[in-house]
Design a protein around this ligand. Sequence first.
Ligand code: AR6
Length: 183
Amino acid sequence: MKNNESFLDGRVQIVVGDITQQDVTAIVNAANSSLLGGAGVDGAIHRNGGPQILKECQEIRETLYPDGLPTGEAVLTTGGNLPAKYVIHTVGPIYGHDLERESELLASCYRNSLLLAYQHHISSIAFPSISTGIYGYPKPEAAKIASTTIKQFLTTDQRFEEVRLVFFQQKDASTFLDYQEFE
Ligand code: AR6
């Protein structure tokens, strides 16, 4: 596989790397509904971004979401010490816990994150592969859902310059390329 693949006239980029190191305006966190941190992407973002992100998450919990952020929703904080200016926190479905609604909830994560970015005039954003780690979502199915949802959003909204999909491992990027439905 090549290191870089792109779709939709270069507006979607597929890369292998660490989400916390991306030089885009916003990165997306695969969070949990507590918004208070965890392992995987969430752990890396809080570790590398410093305490400011957690402080803002705590404020969101106290004000907007005292019971936690529902699955499929998204909220925005600053990026603390990260290269990205903002972090958009979304909660993916736990595979096997949401009966038949999982695919719709995973699509909502992508759609609501893009919508929030759009509302904040953010035109470059990087996503990890939401729910495909600790939350156990099968990677081929997740690739179909992520690609169709992003494609739908980008073809109706022309303002996004770059949506970067970041995979931790080469084999995950290859799986994505095999199952994506951008084309
Ligand atoms: N950069 C890019 N991708 C990564 C990185 C990284 N630094 N680290 C892991 N991945 P996960 P989830 C990949 O588990 O499944 C947390 O505890 C990883 O290989 O981070 O949505 C939260 O607090 C996988 O393909 O997120 C929640 O409780 C993908 O990113 C729960 O995990 C997502 O893996 C969320 O689980």
